[in-house]
Each structure stands twice: as C-alpha cells, then as structure tokens.
Design a protein around this ligand. Structure first.
Ligand code: G1P
Length: 412
C-alpha cells in the first residue's frame, strides 16, 4: 500500500544527507524504528512526527502536510502577518508595553489561537491572570491549560471513536460454540481499541445479553480495560447487515464510525498486529477523503463471489490507498456480469462509515427488501456522489463464519 508518510520521511532525510541512524539519534529514537517507519510497518505518534520534523528542519506547511500523511490533524492554522501588516493584532491589557507591537511571539500565538476559534476576551483574561499570579499559581494555571489542550488534541486526532460490531447475523446463529464467538468478538474489540476506538457497540441477537454480553463486560472490567466503553443493542432477527447497523444508530449518533464483522479475520504471517495495522491504514485513508465511506475489499475467487458483497473497482484516481468504485452488488448471481469483470473484488467485513448511511438505510427499508443490506445503501451513496470508495486490504482473509458453515455441511 502507498504510504505518503513513509515515502516523505525517506525523501526529507535523504535531502538533508542524513542516515536513519542520524535521524534516530537526533530525535532520541531507535534506528530500527526509523527503518520500520520508512517501510510503512509502523505508524508514528504525533509527537514522533513533530520531533522528526524538527530534526529535519521542515517548515510549518510541510509539517502540516506530513502530519496529515501520518493520519493526524495539521498544525494550528497560522495567521501570518502579510506585507501590509494587516493581520489581526491582539492588544493585551496585561502587557501595555506590548501595545502596538503586533509581531511579538505572544501576540502571534494568540492570533493563531483566535484564528481557530478561541475567544479574544478569554485569552486576555488568562493573560491577565498569569500576569498577576505568583510562580506557584502560574504552575497551576499551566497544568490546567496543558491538560485541557491534551484533551482537545486527543479528540482532534481520534476522529473515529465508535465501532459497531454486529454479532447477531448468519455466522453467529450457526454452528459456532459461544466460546468461539466470544473469542472472535474479543479479537474484533481488541482490533478497534488498537486503533484508538474506545466506544464499542455490539449488535446482539435476543437473549445474547445474559450469557454473552454480561460476562464479556465483566471480563473487561476485571482485567482493568476500563478505557473500553462496551454497550449493546438487540437485533430482533437476522435481517441483513444494514438492519444490524440501523439497530445501532441510537448508540452511534451523528459521527463517523467503524463497522467490524468479527467472523472476518485478516491474517498475515508477518506480525500479530496486522489486522489492527490494516484498520489503522484504512482509517488514515478515510481521513484523506472527507465525507466519503470506505469499504474494505480483497481478491475472492470467482467461484466464491456469489457469497459476498462485490465491488467493481473504477478508474478514478487512488487517494492514499482508497480506490473509486464502478459498482457494488451484494451476493451477485453466479451469472451476473460483475463476476467476470477483471476488476471485481470481494467485500471484507471492515467499513468506515458516515452517519448519513442511516438515512439511506431507512429509505431502503421502506422498499421492504427481504434483507436490508449495507452494500445496497453504499451503492446508493456511490451512485449519488461517488461517496463510497474501496480500500484493498493486505493479508489473507479468513471468513470464519463460512469455514464453520462448510464444516457443518461436511458433517451433515
Ligand atoms: C456481509 C456483507 C457482505 C460481505 C461479507 C463479508 O455478508 O453483507 O457484503 O462481503 O459480510 O464477510 P454476510 O457474511 O453477513 O452474509
């Protein structure tokens, strides 16, 4: 997969004539870490990106682009003083000596804060408070402000905070033992948490809450994984993935969210964390195409395509790993032309969705389909404004649900 961040790191480093070991020692990290970043095997923290940007002496604009490529928000909007000197100046009552001195660092910083919505009066009051306070009080103020800023930056960086994990469908009603189901579910929860998603909504079949949800929630509490907020809703009958998603709407609200189908496991021989890594890359790509929905895809043999949702990839430009789609169909007939298309890929159970999908699903439901499919809703959105894109996953996908079905059939 293309990774703009990794490519840029190598380019900036080489332009400065630095080795990986040089960069590593400048930022106090391990050279092997820099190597892994350049190979796209690791996603750096925002702090690491900023430290490397500093070491490589990048300008603000380049740093912002680089942060973006690594999946983070850019630096705060800069309100530069232009040649005519007509940038917003901030006069502070606390610093009369600074009146008119619009180019002081403090004034510039405050102008930047104002540009992103901080209130002028509040900033002045804060400046006044700092001015008349003792060193001890200043330390307190500084601790409060930096804690507040941390909370704000955290919420800026984790733009997907909720995941829906449907566990009431086809494979979950089948032959799998509840132990296996729980394991798959825990794996999916861990995958979401590994991507900074802490609000998990499980869609369960009726009665599953007693024997399934309660012990799971208890286990999370006992093991101290307190960061995970686990909730559930009940899907009355397995009426399609779209129906499951719509059931979760009240717990998702109006924000982008992830959907993870726990019986789709993405494996690779290279690292245990691959599934999480793949979802992280997918989230990065999602953030590059604002307003779009993203559906994971992978090659599937023509023989098996009728069992899955199928996406025919279009010819539009790729954006950070996501591709345009020409057509989406849920479980096409074996004779359907999409199956013979060389650009047809199977849909894997990882989706990143915009909350607008709920309205589309509600409209589709009015047509009373036997099964309300997410693929159908995503196709409506794609037809409308191209708002559904595909994200090819790396690694072997294992459909555990299908494996269980086959085993059950074989055993009669
Ligand atoms: C669901 C989706 C389908 C997707 C599949 C992946 O089908 O509707 O588009 O390809 O998951 O596993 P289900 O497995 O619920 O029949």
């Amino acid at each position: 997969m293309e990774n703009g961040f990794a490519e840029a790191l190598r380019r900036y480093r080489e332009a400065k004539g630095l080795s990986r070991a040089d960069v590593a020692s400048l930022v106090g990290l391990d050279a092997s870490y820099i190597h892994r970043l350049e190979k796209s095997n690791r996603r750096p923290s925002r702090k690491a990106v900023l430290a490397m940007a500093d070491a490589l002496d990048l300008n603000d604009e380049t740093v912002s682009t680089w942060l973006f490529a690594a999946g983070y928000g850019p630096l705060p909007i800069s309100t530069e003083v232009n040649a005519a000197g007509d940038s917003p100046t901030i006069e502070t009552a606390a610093h009369p000596a600074h009146r008119g001195a619009s180019k002081t660092t403090a004034a510039r910083q405050r102008a930047k804060l104002e540009a992103i919505g901080f209130e002028h009066g509040a900033l002045n009051r804060l400046a006044q408070a700092v001015d008349v306070s003792s060193i001890k009080q200043r330390k307190r103020i500084s601790a409060i402000v930096s804690a507040m800023l941390h909370t704000i930056t955290d919420s800026l960086e984790t733009r997907i905070s909720r995941a829906v994990i449907p566990a009431a469908g086809r494979s979950y009603g089948g032959a799998m033992s509840s132990q296996t189901k729980q394991r798959l579910l825990i794996r999916a929860i861990a995958e979401a948490v590994g991507c900074g998603i802490h609000e998990i909504v499980l869609v369960l079949a009726p009665q599953m809450d007693n024997f399934f949800f309660t012990p799971l929630k208890e286990a999370f509490e006992i093991t101290g994984v307190g960061l995970v907020n686990l909730r559930f809703c009940t899907q009355a009958s397995p009426s399609g993935l779209g129906d499951a998603i719509l059931t979760a709407e009240p717990l998702v609200g109006k924000q982008p969210f992830a959907v993870l189908l726990p019986d789709d496991v993405i494996n690779s021989n290279t690292a245990r964390s691959t599934t999480t890594q793949q979802l992280r890359f997918m989230i990065d790509a999602f953030q590059k195409v604002p307003g779009s929905n993203l559906v994971a895809v992978t090659p599937v043999s023509k023989r098996k395509m009728a069992k899955y949702g199928v996406a025919e990839i279009g010819e539009g430009p790729a954006i950070d790993g996501s591709l345009t789609i020409r057509k989406l169909i849920e479980k096409p007939d074996q004779t359907h032309s999409i199956i013979s298309s060389p650009n047809a890929l199977g849909i894997v159970g990882r989706y990143l969705l915009q909350p607008e999908v709920f309205d589309v699903l509600r409209n589709l439901r009015k047509q009373r389909p036997a099964s309300l499919e997410l693929t159908a809703a995503l196709e409506v959105i794609r037809e409308k404004d191209g708002g559904t894109r595909a994200f090819p996953l790396r690694g072997a996908r294992r459909d555990v649900g299908e494996m269980f079905e086959q085993a059950t059939e074989a055993l009669g």
